[in-house]
Ligand binder design. Structure first.
Ligand code: UT7
Length: 329
């Protein structure tokens, strides 16, 4: 008897933004107290960002992940004990170890003892986590996966560096992926080039009980910008080819939300109408690994993304890393 193909399918999504919403104007006023000059006009014109959310100082990444995960579990209508794989994509984990995924497993009260681990691919983290979970499920190693992108980037921002601190925010997004005979994730493509490590990095480490080096995010914005537009187009085309789909068969592009100019550039290169792109960067800022699942959840919940539609996700970030997936929602 012929074996049916096994896919991983999105069963539910959830997200969470901490309540402290900081507008550009409010941020500009805070920075002005340190003698740093910026403006709503500059931030909107260069990035499309109007506001971002910051977690309270005592709220760790795993708490944001927990709320987003509970919402995804509820949307998928599953028993949390059936989750046999947890992957958290984050560059701002609670601890050096254990992983945020293990902390999340405990907070969710999951006793199923399936694998739980973090992936660290910065802003491409969710693309990496999704492709990894999809491989686990298609390979029969897991049946129900919780994949989370969760960040508290506010902790690694240097509020004396206006070229970076106006760009990022905190938040979490989660997806339940389940084994299914119906198509779900159709293709994925992942890449990295460590020779670009220095253009986007937080190069500190813990040594002898103190942080050695800088624990702040550093970025050569223009270098990242130029690389991002090219790499995103290439990896999107690669994922589309693997899925045997053309760009005009994509109903929704859910890109990493770093900068509206990069997102519009990718859309143009793929010849996709801008109306088919989900945009949350204006309200969320760049939430790194959380940005794609946050945007996905917003569009699922407001009814734009519907069952049977083709969704292209893509992201690029520190490492350098980049990746894309095509999903039949
Ligand atoms: O998520 C991971 C991927 N990250 C990204 O995709 C980010 C990629 N890079 C970018 O999005 C853009 O490069 C930025 C938004 C970071 C910067 O935009 P830009 O158009 O590349 O600006 P720029 O760096 O060329 O700076 C233009 C000017 C400079 O002044 P001068 O030298 O022309 O006098 C900056 O000093 O803007 C100045 N500037 C600011 N002015 C007001 C830089 N930051 C600010 C600021 N407020 N916050």
């Amino acid at each position: 008897m012929a074996q049916s193909t096994l896919y991983s399918r999105v069963a539910g999504t959830g997200s969470y933004l901490p309540p402290d919403r900081v507008t550009n104007q409010e941020l500009a006023e805070r920075l002005a107290k340190n003698g740093i000059e910026t403006s709503d006009e500059w931030i909107v014109a260069r990035t499309g960002i109007h506001a971002r959310h910051f977690a309270e100082p005592d709220v760790p990444t795993s708490e944001l992940a927990l709320i987003a995960s509970r919402r995804a579990i509820e949307a998928a209508d599953i028993d949390p004990q059936s989750i046999d794989l947890i992957i958290v994509a984050t560059s701002t984990p609670d601890y050096v170890f254990p992983s945020t995924a293990c902390l999340l497993q405990s907070k969710l009260g999951i006793k199923s003892h399936g694998a739980a681990f973090d992936v660290q691919a910065v802003c491409s983290g969710f693309a990496y986590a999704l492709a990894t979970a999809d491989s686990f499920i298609r390979g029969g190693q897991a049946r129900t996966a919780l994949i989370v992108g969760a960040e508290t980037f506010s902790r690694i921002l240097d509020f004396n560096d206006r070229t970076t601190c106006v760009l990022f925010g905190d938040g979490a997004g989660a997806v339940i992926l389940q084994a299914s005979e119906e198509p779900g994730v159709l293709s994925s493509a992942l890449h990295a080039d460590g020779s670009y490590a220095n253009i986007l990095c937080t190069p500190g480490n813990v040594n002898g009980g103190v942080v050695a080096g800088s624990a702040f995010l550093h970025m050569d914005g223009q270098a990242v910008f130029k690389l991002a537009v090219n790499l995103l187009e290439k990896v999107a085309v690669e994922a589309l080819e693997k899925a045997h789909l053309s760009a005009d068969q994509i109903d929704w592009l859910v890109p990493h939300q770093a900068n509206i100019r990069i997102m519009q550039g990718t859309c143009r290169k793929l010849h996709l109408p801008q109306e088919r792109m989900i945009v949350t960067v204006g309200e969320h800022g760049n939430t790194s690994a959380a940005s794609i699942p946050l945007a996905l959840d917003v569009a699922v919940r407001d009814g734009r993304i519907r069952r049977g539609q083709n969704v292209l996700i893509e992201g690029v970030g520190g490492g350098f890393t980049w990746g894309a997936s095509v999903i039949r929602y």
